[in-house]
Design a protein around this ligand. Structure first.
Ligand code: 3HC
Length: 717
């Protein structure tokens, strides 16, 4: 059995300590330990009450997520919770750290809750495609009211001890948690034999009865921020039951039924795949776990543009002082004022207070002199994509920055080995590909140069975690992981346009599939003119998929930046309006290239774009550019707006079944004759054995790795 609960006695109070490292989930051994030790405390006449706490940094991190979908051993959560809730002696939850999901639900079946100053609570089950299924949907609304409870459950937010106290989730905060909890038991047990149970508090749910407002607002919130997800609707139905049913246990029955519906829904498996996938991504298979990690006390950023400013905010938000260098005084002033405005925006929206703003903004300094980053532990270059310029900057950094500092390039496609080669410390050089806006987007591709040392990689992954990023390692190969996959996806969207579809049809079909933003809305946002200008300069001819975009640029249609691209935009608005005037351009380009336009179904649109991602992803895994299939899923969900509830493109392929993926690839290969659909070797192999995408092969087993070339995929992005 996994985990245990220790029992000790202090001044007549039983101290139960959940011990299931590192974060104390409610695994079978913990549930059994709770039942046995509560019984022991009940049976001992000298015991006046119970304090329940957690060993280490967590109180209880929830149900054991790895048990979902299996048949776990030992007593169920309901049995463990009944023994706590109906214990004849008072029970205090001494919340020493994170109390999340089933962890907070455990605290809610205790009579009292006291928290340490660093503790935090939350019901984040929605992030796993689940609802709080151990009474959370029935008890939290009784404690804090249905509106606040819904907000917590639909966002999955963490609530710090101080706020939890203000909301009434906990009763006290203490610096001396166990001693104060013992004294608390002594006091309350001498005063009364009756101790409060959250299940009996009805006032707040009764207040909400008869008005639909709270539920309507919750539905609107879920529709906006959790599009396509199944669990939010189930959570709302549970709270509706908490509000309207007189009998608490009837509400619990509803919660249990709705929980099981979530459990068997494929979204649950997909979202749990991403939970474990994000944690697996942070581990590099051939870098030992015990590799030392450098302490990053100060960071430097070269370049004060959108990327540089966003990256600086990430460090400041994590409490790490950061110094920005720019070569141009006006650029620097502008960049720093954008950062200040971004923080002010957060204050105006109530996301931070003035004091917090001053704290984080105060960690950012700036100047024009490279010597001012000499004492930094990591310096990230974030200038525009030009290899010569980046190499020049790295030469200078190598000379001025202390010898053991890490130098990183925020490149989206340049060769990290070329950049490392101009320094005397290639083992301390990596790529850190942030996504824009860097202070918001979670994805960080860490590009492993051929000489990057284990310590450098382990340190940068740890920095990624500190910055709250989903960090994924990619080998230094064209397009890395994300942009290489994107290339085929965007090319297919453009081919569909040439073959007869219209931008809004393609976008709608993919947004209905769950993509955050369709490809043409995305292209308009990025700007259509980047590739067009580069081709004009080099005299290169546009490849077929780029021909329509280039024609639009010839008509001064550059995208959102000038109010017209694939769509039209009204002044100051980002909302896309159809542009019927473009249809003649589409028809003309199709005709010039001998393509007969036809009706295209939504199914074909989704199949072709998503299969392009999957097929390229298979090669990325087989070449070992990405470490495992789940890494690619983490990249696509956190950087490219793939729906989390589908678990990422590779998980989606696993769910379709590899034989089905292969069948569809063959159909579209036959239809389009495009290499994009020529089934990847890995897919053919897996289809034969009914296999699934998993880990990349070891170095020895790998298909020959692509050599990096500036003129291949990366150059076309
Ligand atoms: N079950 C099983 N394993 C868990 C777990 C859980 N609830 N929570 C974390 N872990 C594992 C992680 O997979 C990781 O394993 P690894 O070392 O092998 O990769 C290890 O614990 C450490 O986790 P983190 O790297 O995430 O540690 P952090 O210190 O960064 O974060 C945390 C700690 C904030 C507690 C974070 O782990 C977390 O958010 N956990 C999930 C909390 C959650 O979602 N709880 C709800 C569970 S569902 C539930 O309770 C249903 C109930 O209503 C019936």
């Amino acid at each position: 059995m996994k985990g245990t609960v220790h029992y000790e006695v202090k001044d007549g109070v039983a101290i139960l300590t959940v011990d299931n490292p590192p974060v104390n989930p409610l695994s079978d051994g913990v549930r059994a330990g709770l039942v046995d030790n509560i019984k022991k405390a009940e049976e001992d006449g000298d015991i006046i009450g119970v304090v329940l706490t957690g060993a280490g940094r967590s109180f209880i991190a929830g149900a054991d997520i790895s048990e979902f979908g299996k048949s776990p051993d030992g007593p169920g959560l309901d049995e463990a919770f009944k023994s706590l809730e109906f214990c004849s002696k008072p029970v205090v939850a001494a919340i020493n750290g994170s109390a999340l999901g089933g962890g907070l639900e455990t605290a809610l079946v205790c009579n009292y809750r006291i928290a340490g100053p660093a503790a935090f609570v939350g019901l984040p089950e929605v992030n796993l495609g689940l609802l709080p299924g151990a009474g959370g949907t029935q008890r939290l609304p009784r404690l804090v009211g249905p509106a606040e409870a819904l907000k917590m459950m639909l966002t999955g937010m963490h609530v710090k001890a101080k706020k939890a106290l203000d909301m009434g989730i906990i009763d006290e905060i203490s610096d001396d948690l166990i001693n104060d909890s013992v004294s608390f038991i002594k006091k309350v047990s001498s005063e009364s034999k009756d101790h409060p149970k959250v299940r009996d508090l009805n006032e707040k749910v009764l207040e909400a009865r008869g008005s639909d407002n709270i539920l309507l607002e919750a539905k609107a919130m879920a529709a906006k921020s959790r599009k396509g997800q199944f669990a939010p609707g189930q959570i709302i139905k549970c709270v509706e039951a908490a509000i309207n049913l007189d009998d608490f246990d009837e509400g619990m029955k509803k919660e249990s039924d709705y929980f099981i519906e979530c459990l068997v829904n494929p979204q649950r498996e997909a979202m749990i795949h991403i939970f474990f996938g994000e944690r697996a991504a942070s581990k590099i298979s051939d870098v030992p776990r015990e590799t030392p990690i450098k302490d990053i006390k100060k960071a430097g950023i070269i370049g004060s543009g959108t990327m540089g400013g966003g990256i600086a905010m990430c460090f400041a938000n994590a409490g790490i002082p950061v110094h920005i260098i720019d070569q141009d005084e006006d650029n620097l002033k502008r960049g720093v004022s954008v950062i200040e405005k971004n923080y002010q925006f957060m204050v105006d929206r109530g996301r931070m207070n003035q004091e917090m703003k001053e704290g984080v903004f105060g960690l950012i300094s700036s100047s024009l002199d490279y010597n001012d980053v000499a004492d930094c532990d990591i310096v990230i270059e974030a200038v525009y994509e030009n290899l010569d310029l980046k190499e020049k900057i790295f030469k200078t950094l190598d000379e001025v920055v202390k010898d053991d500092a890490i130098l990183a390039s925020n490149t989206s496609g340049l060769n990290v080995d070329s950049i490392a080669a101009v320094t005397k410390r290639p083992e301390l050089v990596v790529g850190t590909h942030f996504f824009s806006p860097a202070n918001i987007m979670r994805l960080l591709e860490v590009v492993r140069g051929s000489k990057s040392s284990d310590e450098t990689l382990a340190t940068v992954m740890a920095v990624g975690k500190k910055l709250k990023k989903a960090a994924v390692v990619s080998l230094n190969a064209p397009g890395f992981i994300g942009n290489r996959m994107l290339f085929g996806y965007t090319a297919q969207a453009n081919m569909l346009l040439l073959e007869g579809a219209l931008p809004h049809q393609v976008d709608q079909a993919l947004e209905n599939f769950g993509m955050n933003m369709g490809p043409f809305r995305m292209l308009d946002l990025v700007g259509l003119d980047l590739g067009w200008r580069a081709r004009k300069l080099s005299g290169a001819e546009a490849a077929l998929p780029s021909k329509i975009g280039d024609q639009l640029c010839e008509q001064d249609r550059f995208g959102q930046k000038n109010g017209k691209g694939f769509y039209n935009y009204s002044e100051g608005s980002r909302a896309p309006n159809p542009a019927p005037e473009n249809e003649e351009i589409y028809k003309a380009v199709s005709a010039e290239n001998g393509i007969e336009r036809r009706e295209i179904s939504d199914e074909e649109i989704v199949d072709r774009c998503i299969l392009a991602l999957i097929n390229e992803g298979a090669d990325i895994i087989e070449e070992g550019v990405g470490q495992r299939a789940a890494d690619l899923d983490v990249v696509y969900i956190n950087g490219y707006g793939f729906p989390i509830w589908r678990g990422g493109p590779m998980h989606h392929a696993n769910a379709m079944g590899m034989a089905e993926v292969l069948k569809k690839l063959n159909i579209y290969h036959e239809m389009t004759k495009s290499d994009v659909f020529k089934p990847a070797g890995l897919i053919t192999k897996l289809a034969e054995v009914d296999g699934k995408f998993g880990d990349a092969p070891s170095k020895e087993e790998r298909k020959e790795k692509l050599s990096f070339s500036e003129s291949s995929v990366a150059g076309n992005l």
